[in-house]
Design a protein around this ligand. Structure first.
Ligand code: NAP
Length: 246
């Protein structure tokens, strides 16, 4: 279904990004696995894809850095001649109460989650416009829609991603490029592994479907948005949260 497509997935060394890389590769795309610090884990994702008969490579790039992103994307275009799918998944949390949050914790989260998303979209846009096709999928969060105590930095970054998504969708639609966001609820990854059992139990009580999401739940939604079948969907935020934010 995605045969011959070239896909870039940021933050694909583990968690949701890894599941997305595996899912896109399983559907036939050649996947560029981006990571920042976790070279070994990224290499294991590449190996897993190759063992299943797919094609992948790993590329180190800190998405918070504008020039690193420009160089990263221009190398992909040089090597593959095109980019069909961009998934902006890289993200971090630096939780804390507003009253005590440092400026650095606010800036770091916005730099990686929000500015990182702008950096890569900026870098792929010229090529996708030239191709007159492209799929851009950005990872937001239900926290960007509903807010969350202890996460003003994260919520601001994820709400900002929704603004970027809708604006880029309007700007790029006439060139056949769709831009959508996925807003997961709680998903079982290293990011949520830090939550105490008590917080997890309380959170599950707020989820109508009664469980945390799996990375694969998010990956399948991303793969759909990346497909030909989703060609008439743009500027949308798809909540994949077990009904948590109804
Ligand atoms: P995770 O397990 O912590 O993985 C984060 C990924 O982002 C890693 O591959 C990490 O790679 C990469 N990354 C971090 N900083 C980076 C940077 N500066 N440049 C490039 N890559 C960077 O997180 P996750 O739970 O899979 O979350 C993935 C995305 O989904 C994030 O955007 C997150 O906000 C969003 N999300 C998650 C949940 C959830 O419940 N888990 C809910 C809603 C939304 P390195 O280790 O190499 O840095």
């Amino acid at each position: 279904m995605l045969e011959g497509k070239i896909a870039v997935v940021t933050g694909a060394s583990r968690g949701i990004g890894k599941a997305i890389a595996l899912e896109l590769a399983a559907r036939g795309a050649e996947v560029i696995i981006n990571y920042n610090g976790s070279a070994q884990s990224a290499g294991e994702v590449k190996k897993e894809i190759e063992e299943k008969g797919g094609k992948a490579e790993t590329v180190q790039c800190n998405v918070a850095d504008f020039s690193q992103c420009s160089e990263f994307i221009s190398d992909v275009i040089k090597n593959y001649g095109r980019i069909d799918i961009l998934v902006n998944n890289a993200g971090i949390t630096r939780d804390g109460l507003l009253m005590k949050m440092s400026e650095k914790d606010f800036d770091d989260v916005v730099a990686i989650n929000l500015k990182g998303t702008f950096h890569t979209i900026r870098a792929v846009s010229r090529q996708m416009i030239k191709q007159r096709s492209g799929r851009i999928i950005n990872m937001s969060s239900v926290v960007g829609i509903c807010g969350n105590a202890g996460q003003v930095n994260y919520a601001a970054s994820k709400a900002g991603i929704i603004g970027v998504t809708k604006s880029a969708a309007k700007e790029l639609a006439s060139r056949g490029i769709t831009v959508n966001a996925v807003a997961p609820g709680f998903v079982d990854t290293e990011m949520t592994a830090v939550l105490s059992d008590k917080v997890k139990e309380e959170s599950i009580r707020q989820i109508p479907l009664g469980r945390f999401g799996k990375p694969e739940d998010i990956a399948k939604t991303v793969a759909f948005l990346a497909s030909e079948e989703a060609g008439y969907i743009t500027g949308q935020v798809i909540q994949v949260d077990g009904g948590m934010a109804i």
